[in-house]
Write a protein that binds this ligand. Structure first.
Ligand code: NDP
Ligand code: 8X3
Length: 253
């Protein structure tokens, strides 16, 4: 089997585009997300377009037991995972700290932090055994500067940056690469999820400038994954030309 990449949150946005990019590169793909029917359709599409092997699983990264069982029960030929892309994540709400929902906060912490930890911990023994592997975590510009009403989403992405640094240090002895990619505003389903199905509010986020799109991030993830074996891109922040950081986004109206 060709090198294998496992991508969490492959049913939409960055994850889906990254699956397509790696499929085009001839990788074997393990694709996860909660919406299994979307993954089944993607599997059929990628297998027919790129003649690659695809294994899909409907799983919630917040469910620690399910995550560990899924990795432990992977068929032997799928256990040789070279690259893990920890992409599954979300923002919920955009509210002042004192007005925000505790349920939203817990969901973000459980998904963006705990989910990333569960998947990484479950897969790491397969990588340390072979003294080879690459973990690519999806952070955000929100993990570089906190913005108004970003509170716990920003905190979760600051955590992704800190966890990536910690992993890079502690996994040095196993020759495992760790990369954290921090994209700025990108037009995916992210804002529809954040604003809980209010598509009008979601589309406003991307008005007046050309935002990043999922394939931009997929290109960069693939690039980081395919530099020579002795090279590691530790951290990479990318935005559209309209954006400088979390605070400065220039809209032309
Ligand atoms: P999308 O909403 O398009 O995709 C999010 C993906 O995460 C979906 O495939 C979703 O799958 C999956 N997901 C969410 N919750 C869970 C869960 N509990 N268990 C398993 N999978 C889950 O958004 P993006 O592609 O934009 O977001 C991908 C990542 O990029 C996220 O971590 C996000 O925070 C980050 N990001 C996004 C930016 C943006 O502006 N769009 C900028 C910077 C970072 P399903 O619902 O099927 O489970
Ligand atoms: C998503 C980018 O600016 O909405 O991580 O926080 S932003």
């Amino acid at each position: 089997m060709n090198p294998i990449v496992l991508i969490t949150g492959a049913s939409s946005g960055f994850g889906k585009a990254t699956a397509e990019k790696f499929a085009a590169g001839g990788f074997g793909l393990i694709l996860t997300g909660r919406r299994k029917e979307r993954l089944d359709d993607l599997k059929i599409d990628l297998q027919s377009k790129y003649l690659v092997e695809v294994h899909v699983a409907g799983l919630d990264v917040r469910d620690r037991e399910v995550v560990f069982e899924f990795i432990q029960k992977l068929p032997e030929e799928w256990k040789n995972i070279s690259i893990l892309v920890n992409n599954a994540g979300l923002a919920l709400g955009r509210d002042y700290f004192d007005e925000a929902s505790l349920d939203d906060w817990e969901t973000m912490i459980d998904t963006n932090i705990n989910g990333l930890l569960y998947v990484s911990k479950a897969i790491l023994p397969l990588m340390t055994l072979r003294k080879q592997g690459h973990i690519i975590n999806i952070g955000s510009t929100a993990g570089k500067e906190v913005y108004e009403k970003g509170n716990i989403y920003c905190a979760s992405k600051f955590a992704v940056n800190a966890i990536s640094e910690a992993m890079r240090i502690d996994l040095l002895r196993h020759h495992i690469k760790v990369t954290c990619i921090n994209p700025g505003a990108s037009d995916t389903e992210f804002s529809n999820v954040r604003f809980k199905g209010n598509d009008q509010l979601a589309s406003k986020v991307y008005e007046g400038y050309k935002p990043l799109v999922a394939s931009d991030i997929a290109e960069v993830i693939f690039f980081c994954a395919t530099v020579p074996p002795h090279v590691c891109i530790n951290e990479l922040t990318m935005t559209s030309l309209a954006q400088a950081n979390s605070f400065y986004l220039h809209k032309d109206f």
